[in-house]
Design a protein around this ligand. Sequence first.
Ligand SMILES: [Zn+2]
Length: 861
Amino acid sequence: MTKSIKYLLLTAVIILGVVSMPNQEVFAQKKKKKTETTAAAAPAPEKKPEKKKLEDVVKGHEKFEGLFTFYQDTTSGELKMLISKEQLGNEYLYFSQIGDGVTEAGNFRGSYGENKIFKIERYFNRVEFVSQNTSYYFDPENPLSRSADANISPGIMASAKIEFDDPEKGLILIKADNLFLKETFSQIKRPSYPGESPTAFKLGNLDSEKTKVLAVRNYEKNTDLAVEYVYTNPSVLNGGSEAVTDGRNVSIKVFHSLIELPDNGYEPRFDDPRVGYFTTKVTDMTATSPTPYRDLIHRWDLRKKDPNAAVSEPVEPIVWWIENSTPHEWRETIKNAVLEWNKAFEKAGFKNAVQVKIQPDDADWDAGDIRYNVLRWTSSPNPPFGGYGPSFVNPRTGQILGADIMLEFVYHTNRVVYDKVFGEESAMDTESGNWHNGHFCTVGTNLQHNMMFGQAFLRAHGASELEMEGMKQEAMAELLMHEVGHTLGLNHNMKASQLFSPDQLADKNFINGKALTGSVMDYIAINLAPDKANQGHYFSTTVGPYDIWAIQAGYTPVNNQKELDAILALSTKPEHTFGNDADDMRSPGKAIDPRVMIGDLSNDQIAYSIHMMETSKKLMGGIKEKFSKEGQSYEELTQAFSVLMGQHATAGGVISRFIGGVYVDRAMVGQEGGTQPFTPVSLKDQKRALDALNKYMFAPNAYEIPDDLVNYLSRQRRGFDFFSGPEDPKIHQRVLNSQKNVLAHLTHPNTLQRMVDSELYGNQYNVATFMNDLTKAIFDADINGNVNSFRQNLQIEYVNMLKGMVSGPTSNRYNHLAKSAALYNLNYIKGKAGNGTGNVASRGHKEHVRLLIDNTLKEVK
Ligand SMILES: [Zn+2]
């Protein structure tokens, strides 16, 4: 894909070059003639024809001096770039960022694009822009390094004809429009994915007439160009959301930055699997080690002003600017949250490493200026997430050169962003939403759901406005600390919620002033004390012990590897436990360690999740009264219901991961405090998890939604808009979606495979027993009598899942033992369902079940 685009681009550049040549000749001839006429009229002075000077070529151009000097024709807007001899062959950094876009195109304000090294090379009368490969390392002492370029393709992004050449001054001038008005340096229009709906929103073709340079900002060490790319389409089927003014003409504003690489003696630090940093992957091609990794962690270049002091101010601190668009009442909370990280840096030997300033209202710089790290606020349509903390680095060293944090207003309001609420498919998946960057983060969404759950809880307890405000401020502080953590180089630690027991969390004196989890880089459930009088912090208000240790591992200045190893050896302390979302535990079947999970809390996640489900159920009884306001529609009540149902579903997901789960320990061989890498979850806990799922998700009375609530779940009409379907509450589908999500994990080929394999090393819950327990949970309570509507749905769904395990294309993914278990259970259900008991609906249902099973058994070969 990328290759063919590059090829097309190259072809386009060449064609343009060819076409423009005759025109230039004509122009030159005309000019010559004119000169001749003039010469004939006046007496000819004996003068050698003067060589063309740079000043002549750029006459009538505006000059932008900086790292690369640019000239812009004041009539046509044409852009020219001046390159000096010294710049040829040097490495520079290219970085792009979206100034403004549309969410459905995967480009939105502040999203970071490509970040790569390139060189400018001369080839006869042309210059080439060549992107460099940074994925491999060759020891320069090793003779193999002579063939370091073997089978590694460089990327020639563009080849431009030299317009003017001054060998004496060592200057060359090229036309730059093709570099910046096309997708030369980075791909902006996202590719379509296989299986993507043909009616999905798409950008049209890049329109070269409408695409234009908006601004050139030039500085000593970086040249920034703001470009408005316009994509046109003669007719569109899907014109996008209301944020797209005209689907046929869509603008994406991009900042391109060409940056001088810092030559500062920064010392790279290599990645260690026990602590979670973002990395640039580098493989050592001359190493003989089984792990020839030289993955560079992303971190700032912090150095002590006083290298001998135990704690010193840094030579250059990390300075954050609060954008002037930030609501005034939040600025203090934001500032304090950012500065919390200084607690971690102090343990790494730095005082005041992080500083916070406020962008003046009349600042002469834009928040998109890469020289400033800005905490930015927007209130945009269809926000992809509540917070996003990207950074850009030097891929040769891993040094972070700049960062921003994007925050969305809607996630701090009481407005549910409906398509993001649990049980309803998100309009944008993680991949297409931020398709060229791995820093995707949805902690804002998670925190908002928790905040709204907390609100329902507080309202039910008649809490004061002050108390409500305090809870929201804690949520905002946690969000800010989390996003700042990303910009310091830290990735997620979804295992950090293991820090305290449910009892400790429910003790306000114990928890006061402490972080609730080992790390703010987790996505946790809100801390709600069963006894309201003992309610402590709802969210973390300070960084956790893992955060402090991770900053030590990444930033403490060390003299040798031994000193660093001593810090890393502390990874086995329980409070330093770490597991990131590399396997994406959000999706059923992906997780293996149930402790690495989102939406959970405490070192007894099953107990805490049960507490959350019970709280949700209890609150359900009171929301009609608490969330119906005289003179208003039932919109707020409907939102509250969604939040409670969502929290219940999340808790069920957390519990499901224990079944077939395996705990992972990444301690090194012989490390103090380490255990074996894999330890299966105990039989007791697997059974406890299934019992909880049975009681709270599968049982006939699991969902006791008050009858007199459902007929009030009405959204406020807006014009002709009834959102994505008829307006009536679809309770059965909602419940079934939660149940399906859990079953998808329990019957996932990976889960069942692991149950079989882990029997070899300690798992005592074999797949046959488990499957039969699950079947009993779903059928036994009512198969001999009336089956209610929720259970009918669940039972049919489950039979269909068993069917998928033994027949059809999905069955290939299951191991033979799992298939046998599925067949056994289909027969078990068939035997039970033939009793002809119950009311007419139940009898019909049982016949349906039997027919499905009969047909399935016929298909099994
Ligand atoms: Zn995050």
